[in-house]
Ligand binder design. Structure first.
Ligand code: C2E
Ligand code: CA
Ligand code: CA
Length: 562
């Protein structure tokens, strides 16, 4: 039974016997043709032609060394120097011992001596050579990343472990390299450019580890890991490496971040070293410039805290630990400031940590998509509040809510908003949507389409944090927006720094050009307010008027101004 299975398995494999002696060819063929498809050639030249034609289907070449036209050595050389033919194993037929060494050097897999040994031995050698070659191909394919030729992640960690054991656990440094906003690279410059970039990075890492020793792998679609013998010079050499990578990408808006773990003798194993490097790399996420950072211990306690916040979020939603505060926005175009709307800002009254500010958890939740749940909650609360104020105060106070970039990619966004508006009996124009400028630059077309759809339905869109993203003027003119909200950091120094003041002036000009009102947030003083008014700013939000307030306090503020 086993024999039959073997035969079946072997039947499809094709082997070529190359020998100028008819009798020898036939004898060998007879031993093998019940298990393989056997082809014959009379000399090296004939064989070379056949091998090229059948390069994808041929499993083995058995060749004599001494033949007319082209001998066996030359044929071996041809096969080894051609990358397409290299994978096909060759067995050499020989009667001389010293020929074996030379053939081995030329890449022969095995020998069969003439006169032939018993058929079973010949068959075993043939089968062994074929299996070995096939296994090698499989191993090579599964351990390497196809595009860059670097190890894949699984084998990288496998080999790294082995390397550590073999080297007696010498100190090793770990690097994690990531391309910022890689999907944007693909979108802007095309997939083949993205692939080329990955290949170039792969090559440079390959070059690095062949110089220093160590291993490199492609660990994700746009990330790489490098494991290097420890060097005290890592801090000095990383900027050079980054400069080289930056040079490679030219002036395109591509940036690379590297997180590094420098071995400090604390005896971490390889995966732990990479966990540390990954934390250092994550710290640089979202940066627009290339850079690197080293792991230090504070990152770990920070990570544990972040982990807690992530784990506690569901429970916090259930227990209503999240509170929505409201900060008023005033229209300053007339003689007296007039309350125009409010921004809903979330706070977390954590059962253990007390008040946690959104600065600590929003970006955390953005990274893993949890933000959608929270935003949905805030939108509902804000809508319900608008409805309540309509009833108790008899006026509509439009409220703007923050819409994360993750929300904008959600195909259900429109229907979610519809439901919220409907269940609270509101008009679409009463819930304003703040979308941060950097979201627009991330996936321009999709965002533009989504936002256009929302506007067509009557929602007002405010571009938040304007000036902090990278919108080009050209892009701005095609964006569907109803207001520009200047990033807070521009306001901070307007009264003392001429340049800052000029910059805000320019941004207000841009808003004029686009025919949309300008909102300034983070306005803390009377001077700032007056200067902004002079520059032509329409709406002001900031501590000068009021901090974000819980609903009852906000209501009091409204009543006082009525
Ligand atoms: P943002 O949308 O730019 O919100 C403005 C931030 O500036 C708020 O910080 C607000 O409290 C603060 N602020 C207001 N006036 C002043 C001022 O005069 N001076 C100073 N120094 N700060 C002022 P907050 O509430 O800590 O929120 C931080 C960020 O968190 C927000 O920035 C927003 O991006 C995000 N965020 C807050 N709530 C939500 C939410 O419900 N969903 C989402 N996705 N993000 C939110
Ligand atoms: Ca906002
Ligand atoms: Ca803002």
């Amino acid at each position: 039974m086993q024999e039959l299975l073997e035969r079946k398995k072997g039947l499809h494999r094709k082997i070529l016997i190359v020998d100028d002696e008819f009798v020898e060819r036939e004898m060998l063929g007879n031993m093998l043709d019940d298990m393989y498809e056997v082809a014959y050639a009379e000399n090296g030249a004939e064989a070379a032609e056949f091998i090229r034609l059948e390069k994808n289907t041929l499993s083995l070449v058995i060749l004599d060394l001494h033949m007319p036209v082209l001998d066996g050595y030359s044929l071996l050389e041809i096969m080894r120097s051609d990358t397409d033919l290299r994978r096909i194993p060759a067995i050499v037929l020989t009667s001389e011992k010293d020929a074996e060494v030379k053939s081995l050097h030329l890449g022969a897999a095995d020998f069969i001596t003439k006169p032939y040994e018993v058929p079973d031995v010949v068959r075993a050698r043939v089968r062994h050579a074929i299996e070995l070659a096939e296994d090698t191909i499989i191993i090579h394919e599964t351990e390497r990343d196809e595009l860059t030729g670097l190890f894949n992640k699984q084998f990288f960690f496998e080999y790294g472990k082995r390397l550590d054991e073999q080297n007696g656990f010498i100190p090793m440094d770990a690097l994690v390299l990531d391309i910022n906003r890689f999907h944007l690279v693909n979108e802007l410059y095309g997939r083949s450019y993205g692939d080329m970039l990955l290949k170039q990075i792969g090559d440079s890492l390959h070059e690095l580890v062949s110089r220093t020793g160590g291993l490199a792998c492609r660990s994700g679609s746009n990330s790489f890991c490098v494991y290097l013998p420890h060097s005290d010079m890592l801090r000095e050499s990383l900027p050079k490496h980054i400069a080289k990578l930056d040079e490679m990408t030219g002036d395109k808006k591509i940036s690379i971040r590297i997180g590094a773990y420098s071995d400090d003798g604390s005896g971490l194993d390889m995966p732990q070293r990479f966990d540390c490097a990954l934390l250092a790399c994550a710290k640089l996420r979202g940066s627009y410039f290339s850079g690197f950072d080293f792991y230090d211990e504070t990152l770990h306690s920070k990570e544990i805290y972040s982990e807690r916040l992530i784990n506690d979020m569901d429970m916090a939603l259930e227990q209503k630990q999240f509170k929505v505060y409201f900060q008023p926005k005033y229209n300053i175009c007339g003689d007296k400031p007039v309350l125009a709307s409010a921004e809903a800002l979330v706070r977390w009254s954590h059962h253990e940590f007390g008040m946690v500010s959104p600065g600590e958890f929003i970006s955390l939740f953005e990274d893993n998509g949890l933000i959608q749940k929270l935003d949905n909650y805030v939108w509902n609360e804000a809508a319900a509040q608008i409805k309540r104020w309509k009833e108790t105060l008899g006026v509509t106070i439009p409220v703007s809510v923050n819409v994360s970039r993750v929300d904008v990619f959600d195909p259900m966004l429109e229907s979610k908003l519809d439901r919220i508006i409907e269940s609270n009996g509101l008009e679409n124009s009463e819930l304003l949507l703040e979308i941060t400028e950097s979201a627009y630059t991330d996936n321009s077309q999709q965002i533009i389409d989504t936002v256009k759809g929302l506007r067509d339905k009557g929602f007002c869109i405010e571009m938040d944090d304007f000036g902090s993203g990278y919108s080009s003027l050209n892009m701005l003119t095609s964006l569907p927006i109803d207001a520009l909200k200047l990033d807070m950091k521009f306001i901070r120094n307007i009264c003392t720094d001429k340049k800052a003041c000029r910059l805000v002036g320019i941004m207000i000009e841009i808003a004029r050009l686009l025919e949309v009102p300008v909102i300034a947030e983070g306005v803390e003083t009377k001077e700032q307010m007056e200067l902004l008014k002079e520059l032509g700013c329409d709406i002001i939000q900031g501590y000068y008027f009021s901090k974000p307030l819980p609903p009852d306090e906000f209501e009091k503020l409204v009543r006082d101004s009525l």
